[in-house]
Design a protein around this ligand. Structure first.
Ligand code: TYD
Ligand code: MG
Length: 495
């Protein structure tokens, strides 16, 4: 293939250069030039770059007309269930035709395994027909091929990381028989696009986007320029052909998706696989979803036959101590629509160095310093000479401020070396003035806690049920306004 012109465009000022330079000649920014397909090189049949001009867009889609919003029919997007209920929950019901899903996660966490399971399920005859019948109450079926029922989806798995034989071996290990997964071990974008055109699959998985490269750019696969260009072309392919494309993305050491941030803007749904690779539990979180709620959480267990959904995970993140231990407090948190009980552990220990360490795993590090200041100023408990470590059990990541109260109680318990009473849980945001602010959907958290047999809850006063009718079986509620009140209640319960 003849070399196609590419130019280097500054990501700060948009200035162009014919070759790569360390510094943008226009604005002087360092290391900001990124290779893009040159605007003036449209060839028949080749879909060109991200920096597309309107003339090139015109060749791809019929021109849009201006119309009144109220005359546009509001079409809900039908979801195609993947057959894995926990994944459907995160996706908002399933995959959507013509959409692009990006799924990121650490190496070895199970991205390829999960997607192979999904494709095998979708392509197994009969499997989806049953689900369509079940799902049709709230979502119409996807595309005309489903109207007959008993149809299978056409699926394509593009593997850039493993050979076809390796994928086959995995499928055998997972016990995936009778499926009709079409497989292609390929990393060149143009060939993948040709295959997508020829096969016209309903769902296509690209594993992974970092291995794919286009000949139009000279940059190496996995570079910002390549990832951006390949993702843009695949996105356009999905929109025009109605294929749902799932892109697997690598994550960097810091845990962010590798490659440009624009990848997250380009796609419809961004999912993150998280969890401790040493434990068998895996979490999938939606951080962006154009077709459903975000922050919904799917919970899986990795077994020797692949990933299995865990439908009732609320007690998963509790460690089961024989006797109560100091420095541990149970938090009722909410992940999307689902209440989870998570054990928060804290350890306060005399600091060896002049500047004590504050470390938090799974909880917001910035809030820890703030909470320690509140504890000192508003409850008179100093830990300026203590190293303080906090951890959320089970590798779960909690970002909501409603974790504050449980963190503070755990720290205080570790400082005093006195366990909190058995069966106690807490939630609530702690403000800088020492006040306890309400958490969203407190009733659901309390209902889950009562279901799991907790006996006492320290909660924000504003979350206390208004009517006497909504009591929770066996759960004594202790509504508090301020942090010192909460600590008083703990002391009185400890006796
Ligand atoms: P994989 O899907 O290859 O991860 P990724 O694509 O995200 O890099 O996951 C492979 C890991 O999962 C590997 O450590 C082995 C484990 N595994 C199981 O425990 N059970 C199984 O059935 C399979 C296929 C893999
Ligand atoms: Mg993989």
């Amino acid at each position: 293939m003849a070399a196609v012109k590419s130019v280097f465009v500054c990501s700060d000022c948009g200035g162009q250069s014919a070759k790569w330079l360390g510094r943008c000649p226009q604005c002087g920014a360092w290391n900001s030039l990124i290779e893009t397909v040159a605007a003036a090189a449209p060839r028949a049949g080749v879909r060109t770059g991200t920096g597309a001009t309107s003339t090139r867009h015109a060749a791809l889609a019929p021109a849009s007309t201006v119309q009144s919003l109220r005359t546009v029919p509001a079409k809900t997007q039908p979801h195609l269930p993947t057959g894995i209920a926990e994944l459907d929950r995160v996706l908002g019901g399933g995959l959507v035709a013509g959409s692009v899903v990006l799924i990121g996660g650490d190496p070895g966490i199970g991205k390829s395994t999960l997607l192979l399971q999904v494709l095998a399920h979708l392509s197994t005859p009969g499997a989806t027909a049953m689900q369509h019948a079940a799902a049709s109450a709230h979502a119409p079926a996807l595309g005309p091929s489903h109207e007959a029922g008993g149809q299978r989806e056409k699926v394509l798995y593009v593997s850039g990381e493993e050979s076809a034989a390796q994928v086959a071996l995995r499928a055998q290990r997972l016990g995936l028989k009778d499926n009709d997964v079409r497989l292609m071990a390929e990393i060149q974008l143009e060939r993948i696009i040709d295959a997508l055109g020829a096969e016209q699959p309903d769902v296509c998985v690209i594993d992974s986007i970092q291995t794919v490269y286009t000949e139009m750019l000279t940059s190496a696969p996995g570079s910002v320029a390549q990832v951006r260009e390949c993702a843009a072309q695949l996105t356009r392919m999905a929109k025009s052909g109605g294929t749902c494309i799932v892109l697997v993305g690598h994550v960097t050491k810091e845990g962010a998706l590798a490659g440009p941030r624009v990848l997250e803007h380009m796609v419809d749904t961004v999912l993150y696989f998280e969890g401790d690779t040493h434990s068998s539990y895996r979490l999938i979180r939606a951080i962006k979803n154009r077709f459903g709620a975000v922050n919904e959480l799917g919970v899986f267990a990795m077994t020797e036959r692949g990933l299995k959904g865990v439908s009732n995970p609320s007690a998963l993140f509790l460690s089961h101590h024989g006797a109560p231990v100091a420095g541990s407090c149970v938090l009722a948190t909410l992940e999307g629509t689902r209440p989870l009980l998570v054990e928060v552990q804290a350890l306060a220990d005399t600091a060896a160095a002049p500047s004590p360490r504050r470390l938090s795993v799974g909880l917001e590090p910035a809030r820890l310093a703030m909470l320690l200041a509140v504890l000192h100023r508003h409850a008179g408990i100093a830990c300026g000479d203590q190293d303080v470590f906090v951890n959320a059990v089970g590798g779960v990541r909690i970002t909501e401020p409603a974790a504050d109260l449980a963190v503070l109680l755990a720290i205080q318990s570790s400082l005093k070396n006195r366990p909190l009473p058995r069966g106690l849980l807490a939630f609530g945001e702690v403000g800088l003035a020492g006040e306890i602010r309400p958490a969203p959907r407190g009733q659901e958290r309390l209902r889950e806690a009562a279901k799991l047999g907790f006996s006492a809850a320290i909660i924000p006063a504003a979350n206390a049920p208004k009517n006497a009718g909504s009591r929770f079986e066996g759960l004594a509620l202790h509504p508090v306004h301020r942090i010192d009140e909460a600590l008083d209640i703990v002391r009185s319960l400890q006796g």
